[in-house]
Design a protein around this ligand. Structure first.
Ligand code: FCB
Length: 463
């Protein structure tokens, strides 16, 4: 691929241009950038917005977040969306994936909608449409209203009712303009990391709450799909799942790998597909049966139009004395992985992993088509003379895309790929340290700079 942008031929050589083109993915393939409300919007208490679990945790227990960072201002997208969205167009992406902050719409989770919050997302959607960008909405990307957490949150069966009301409202409100919807972002992450590991909001280490949360979340996952279908009959409907190929550290660690695979990859997809919970060989998880009521296992199924897979790395595990799960992840740095193959999150760059996990999911008999709704990497970035030469990220995208294409060529029905993330943002418990954007954000000035990775996509997608 010729490159005018990398006008210095050495740039090009250094870039290791890939052996594929946009056309290889097909003309209907969707190319997008992904974000989440809490990570970019800021304006945490503006225009009637109520506090979410993330506002609560970052304010009341700041020590839980690296450098005591919070999302109060973030990328100030709430005030800057008008000028930010054209950057997506400039990089030649056609999809903007974003989430709706529940507490902008219902400040205490239920009750009367807050018109100013409702209007904000109309403005974002309208701006997308005006630019020719497709808005893809994630209904829930981790920012539960704190008022609902106070009533039990995801560990309360009432979440199905609360979530349904929210979904009813937003699908009716935006459904005439928005035709692409995702119910949840990574349920495994917010239930396990939020209710079991205590690292994300609401920050509990409560195994029984976790089990309840898993069951109610699978119910919400399917019920959300049904509500969208009812209110937006011509919608394209999906939900997203975190996933990662799991390997045992070596001989003797296979059972730990099996349990880890259940947790990381199987727990949310199998009930959805009507296969029940994958509890075999996992005593603790069998406890979930306590929370299942008659008829529930039918209610947790839904025929989605697509499944969003989100992959960043592979996971190597060993058996360990950690109660309930009896396993521990063996971090990349302890596995002799060279430092240039480890991201700022401590995750190994492992491009074959995305191919492996796509194939693992594709092996389910009745899996809907796949969209990669997140993939990306955090590296140390520096702005130098108005440019960010994020060569490692360019290579990351090229290598992961090559593996997505490999699976597609082998016949897996993959219909799109979204980069995480549109811009650098608040990376949850890690604060603003890890930068995942293909657009750099200077948090002091809020200046945006398209990184070389964004420029690479611009060229690649221009074909
Ligand atoms: C995913 C989340 C997303 C972002 C990336 C790095 O698990 O969905 O919000 O934090 O990881």
């Amino acid at each position: 691929m010729a490159s005018a942008l990398f006008s210095n031929p050495l740039d090009l050589l250094a870039m290791n241009e890939p052996f594929f083109t946009k056309a290889d993915f097909g003309t209907d393939f969707k190319w997008g950038v992904a974000t989440a409300a809490y990570q970019i919007e800021g304006a945490w208490n503006v225009d009637g917005k109520g506090p979410s679990v993330w506002d609560h945790m970052t304010h009341k227990r700041p020590g839980k977040i690296k450098n005591k960072h919070n999302g109060d201002v973030a990328c100030d997208f709430y005030n800057r969306y008008h000028d930010d969205l054209p950057l997506i167009k400039e990089m030649n992406f056609q999809v903007f994936r974003f989430s709706i902050a529940w507490t902008r719409i219902f400040p205490t989770g239920t009750g009367t909608p807050n018109q100013k919050g409702v209007d904000f997302y109309h403005r974002v959607i309208d701006r997308c449409l005006e630019l020719g960008i497709e808005p893809w909405i994630t209904i829930y990307h981790w920012d539960l209203p704190q008022a609902l957490e106070d009533k039990g949150g995801w560990a309360s069966r009432d979440i199905v009712k609360w979530f349904s009301k929210f979904t009813e409202f937003i699908t009716k409100e935006y459904g005439s303009k928005v035709k692409n919807w995702m119910v949840l972002n990574e349920p495994m992450a917010f239930t396990a990391v939020g209710y079991f590991a205590g690292v994300h909001a609401p920050g509990y280490i409560a195994p029984q709450k976790f089990l309840r949360a898993v069951h109610y979340t699978t119910m919400v996952q399917a019920e959300g799909g049904r509500i969208i279908r009812k209110n937006v009959p011509d919608a394209y409907i999906g939900t997203t799942l975190s996933c990662s190929p799991v390997k045992p550290k070596g001989k003797g660690h296979e059972k730990a790998a099996h349990r880890s695979d259940i947790l990381l990859n199987r727990l949310y997809i199998e009930p959805l597909l009507g296969m029940g919970y994958p509890t075999e060989g996992f005593k603790f998880l069998e406890g979930i049966k306590r929370y299942i009521e008659p008829g529930d296992m039918k209610k947790v199924t839904f025929d989605f139009d697509f499944i969003g897979l989100q992959n960043y790395t592979q996971t190597v595990v060993k058996k360990f004395i950690l109660p309930y799960v009896w396993l521990l992840e063996e971090k990349a740095k302890n596995r002799g992985i060279s430092p240039d193959k480890i991201t700022e999150m401590g995750w190994e760059v492992y491009p074959e992993g995305i191919y492996q996990i796509i194939k693992q999911f594709a092996a389910y008999k009745n899996l809907p088509p796949i969209i990669i709704t997140e993939n990306g990497a955090a590296f140390k970035d520096r702005v130098e003379n108005g440019r960010v030469h994020d060569k490692q990220r360019v290579e990351f995208y090229q290598q992961y895309l090559e593996n997505v294409l490999k699976a597609k060529k082998e016949g897996v029905d993959i219909r799109g790929y979204f980069a995480w993330s549109f811009m650098d943002n608040f990376e949850w418990a890690e604060g603003y340290g890890p930068r995942f954007g293909i657009v750099h954000v200077d948090y002091k000035t809020q200046k945006r700079t398209i990184k070389d990775s964004g420029l690479w996509f611009k060229e690649f997608l221009a074909q």
